[in-house]
Design a protein around this ligand. Structure first.
Ligand code: UD1
Ligand code: F6R
Length: 393
């Protein structure tokens, strides 16, 4: 049932306003005279105390599910105060990394059947950790094998490339952060703003989906390329990794997501006038503008001008200085500020609460991967060599 869509991947990308609404249904509390704006996660309420007291929270997953946890990591650390570590399931198993009774291990999986994640669950369980599932499939092995958890309720995902499950996983993990931070007065305003942001998120996703035509145009420009780099940092390091994963798995084009803070430690050597590079530079703590005094020679009067004072803007400037072919994803209205020297292309996305920005920012990259695949003539819904559910190791 693809309806008006050519492919399931396209349908599932466009379904995200609805899938996010279902994910959040019944779980957000609007607040009122005496009530705080907050969240209710039925499956976790009896375990939140244990999670808050744990020595660390370990997120475990593969592929897109791992990336979703990486996107949510900063807000979980901020609101819970508990150290968060990340594990790719296969790597944890290869290392037989230490896990303790005082740990909370969170298993993120769309299918709930991924062999590595399932085996990591058995491993963490045998070491006495509290095991929490974040799954899309009710009754799946991971949902059954965890002590408690949250169903993301994104609806059935058919395209092999995960799209709507990714955004719903981030929404659920943001709600998990809110639930863990629920006992703190100092973060109350911050939490209420995030709840408001979650209520409005489906509308903002509708808005960003309007970029479809622009992304198709961009895909046309990039169809023949061999490689595409994507730079992100902070909340959007995960967006860079996830965007690159989509491009390589469906469009069969080499793509690499790079932490912008690592640029000078190697990747900068790749930059020349031919290689296309996407830079994610939406507003958050890594993108700010400061008012700085500047002196006008003619009048000798002091006035103020907007001068870039952000880590991501300086990344853009350094890439420009090496003649990089830049495509910048920025917040609506920031195009000029972001590219004082003009870049090849700017994609403006709506602004949301910083920790929710990864949900918005991945959408143009999902669309880009989709159109690139169609233009390059590859199978969108069943990329070669891949299976929807990886049940063997
Ligand atoms: C539950 C019902 C939902 C109903 C709602 C009404 C189910 C599956 N969900 O949703 O239909 O509308 O109450 O209040 O019947 N769990 C795990 N591991 C996982 C995922 C979930 O152990 O990976 C457990 C949870 O701890 C919980 C149960 O499964 O005990 C259901 O989880 P979830 O569907 O997220 O709970 P509710 O949102 O409360
Ligand atoms: C990428 C993709 C895979 C899965 C990974 C984990 O689009 O779909 O990387 O995310 O195989 O699968 P789940 O989430 O089912 O455990």
């Amino acid at each position: 049932k693809k309806g008006n869509y050519e492919h399931y991947m396209e349908k599932e990308i466009f379904e995200q306003p609805e899938s996010l609404t279902t994910t959040m249904r019944g779980r957000l509390i609007r607040g009122g005279e005496s009530k705080l704006k907050s969240v209710v996660l039925g499956g976790l309420k009896d375990h939140l105390r244990t999670m808050r007291r744990s020595r660390r929270i370990i997120f475990i997953g593969c592929g897109t599910s791992y990336n979703a946890a990486l996107a949510a990591r900063p807000i979980i650390e901020e609101l819970s105060g508990v150290p968060v570590t990340m594990e790719l399931a296969s790597d944890l198993l290869d290392r037989q990394g230490p896990i303790y009774r005082e740990d909370t291990a969170v298993f993120v999986s769309q299918s709930g059947e991924t062999a590595d994640t399932l085996q990591a669950l058995e491993y963490a369980n045998s070491h006495g950790a509290l095991c929490v599932g974040i799954t899309n499939t009710v009754g799946s092995a991971i949902a059954r094998g965890t002590h408690c958890g949250v169903h993301i309720n994104a609806g059935c995902e058919i395209g092999v490339a995960s799209t709507k499950a990714y955004t719903s996983q981030i929404a659920v993990m943001t709600m998990l952060a809110l639930a863990l931070g629920d006992d703190s007065m100092s973060s109350r305003n911050r939490r209420e703003e995030i709840v408001d942001g979650l209520f409005d998120l489906p509308n903002k996703v509708k808005e960003v989906l309007k970029l479809d035509k622009d992304m198709k145009e961009l895909a046309k420009l990039l169809t023949e390329e061999q490689s595409l780099l994507i730079f992100g940092r902070g909340y959007n390091y995960a967006t860079a990794l996830e965007g690159a994963l989509k491009v390589k798995e469906v469009a069969l084009m080499h793509s690499e997501g790079i932490l912008a803070g690592e640029m000078k430690h190697g990747p900068l050597a790749l930059v020349d006038e031919t290689l296309p590079i996407i830079v994610i530079a939406t507003r958050d703590a890594t993108f700010r503008q400061a008012l700085r005094p500047c002196f006008l020679l003619l009048t000798y009067s002091r006035s103020y001008a907007l001068i870039p004072d952000s880590k991501q803007q300086s990344v853009i400037q350094q890439l420009r200085a090496r003649k990089g072919r830049l495509i910048v994803i920025c917040t609506k209205g920031d195009a000029e500020a972001v590219c004082p020297y003009g870049v090849s292309r700017v994609i403006e996305v709506p602004r949301v609460e910083d920790c929710l920005q990864p949900v918005i920012n991945i959408v143009p990259l999902q669309l880009l991967a989709y159109h690139l695949t169609v233009l390059r003539g590859y199978n969108v819904d069943q990329p070669r060599n891949l299976a929807k559910s990886v049940t063997t190791q």
